[in-house]
Ligand binder design. Sequence first.
Ligand code: CA
Length: 530
Amino acid sequence: MTTAPLAAAVSAPTPSPSPMPRYIRMHDNDNVAIVVNDGGLPAGAVFGDGLVLREAVPQGHKVALVDIAAGAPVLRYNVAIGTAARALAAGSWIAEAEVVMPAARGLENLPVGTRGQQALEPLEGYTFEGYRNADGSVGTRNILAITTTVQCVAGVVEHAVARIKAELLPKYPNVDDVVGLEHTYGCGVAIDAPGAEIPIRTVRNISMNPNFGGQAMLVSLGCEKLQPARLFPKGSIPIANNGGEVAHVCLQDQAHVGFMSMVASIMQTADRQLAQLDLRRRETCPASELVVGMQCGGSDAFSGVTANPALGFATDLLVRAGATVMFSETTEVRDGIDQLTARAASPAVAEAMIAQMAWYDAYLTRGGVDRSANTTPGNKKGGLSNIVEKAMGSIVKSGSSAISGVLAPGEKLTRKGLIYAATPASDFICGTLQLAAGMNLHVFTTGRGTPYGLAAVPVIKVATRTELAKRWHDLMDLDAGTIASGEASIADVGWELFHMLLAVASGRKTWAEQWKLHNALVLFNPAPVT
Ligand code: CA
């Protein structure tokens, strides 16, 4: 990352919002900054330091702070996000076409463990009210989850879930919800192919998410490739959870005569599971039991200026409190691999990160694309020139601590601290894989805006801009745009988010929960379908 801690320099010191032209530079060495005023700025606008805009610049887009020669590096976050395609005079708008993207950093000769090695000062005394499980994990919600082996059963499960919610759930006031874990895997797939273990272990590990209280329940079809014994091999369920057993209903069971008989079986099983879950009670747990998954979606140039740095500050607080924090989205951190290996807690962690990146490079090559396939039209409209710039703004989520572990896609966490959980950047796939890892809280930053939510875990959405937070006032949980307007510091918003995480973990509803908004589980299946 940077050689010095990021300290966003705001061009005007005024503490309240004003129409005065403003830019934010992320590092003293940067030769570009982004315009923060709503609606952008016209040609001739003059900043507090005397810089004059030579042309109109949209909000979130870059302005040259000094003359940049053709071929010279364009520096943001003290990192070359590319080189200038032509000479750019101070005050010029640096549009996407003006920045030539550098080649991807190779995976050889990377620095290992050179930064972030000094342990951060412990942060003690913070707690939340959570559901402690027999296997030692802690949930933030109390939910009956119905796992499925195959998409074929989805319609029946959906029908049954609606009836369980209407007829059974009211009897169990301590249970929050019932969720069908539906997915498109399970049959018509090359189940022995390399990579097939990823979707299989993802479904297995999601079933044991801490919010489900160890009461795994499964609905299978009967003839599918993903047989129950393959999904849950002997010993895969902790003995503490139901004696290592999963409550199971098979639709092709001879005892089922007709559809209503299948639904009755599912409801009887659900009734027993709900009775167990209803015994769970919240108790005071240390903040070290939080398992926070982080990602961004619908990013703009403000993501890396406001929301993600505030999230990075909160990440450091969480790590200091002994919690687990996952950052992911391989294509969005790939360009910062040298920064990440430098923060590895050990050579083994650095090697594991490099192995995940190398696997993903090969996966993309097989598909005939590279990392530049990541950026969206909305990213570019929001001012992000390329994936390098997007990556630098994404990595700041991870704060400054040492990286203590690496998870391959679909694996379950085994240690605390800051973890790189390798996942695609796709919002739905990343969220699904972080659920499998065992997250009990999700933080999602967005600049363009998305109503994203998950059924199994609360999602706290952080807006990068005040304009979005106001327009989507009943979808965004936190406004980090106050950092751009100068009303709040990165630390202020970071602490606000930390306190919000503890409150939501204790039961306070997010907007997505309030409206029951949730996206589908989407499994990452790099193997062929048949
Ligand atoms: Ca994402």
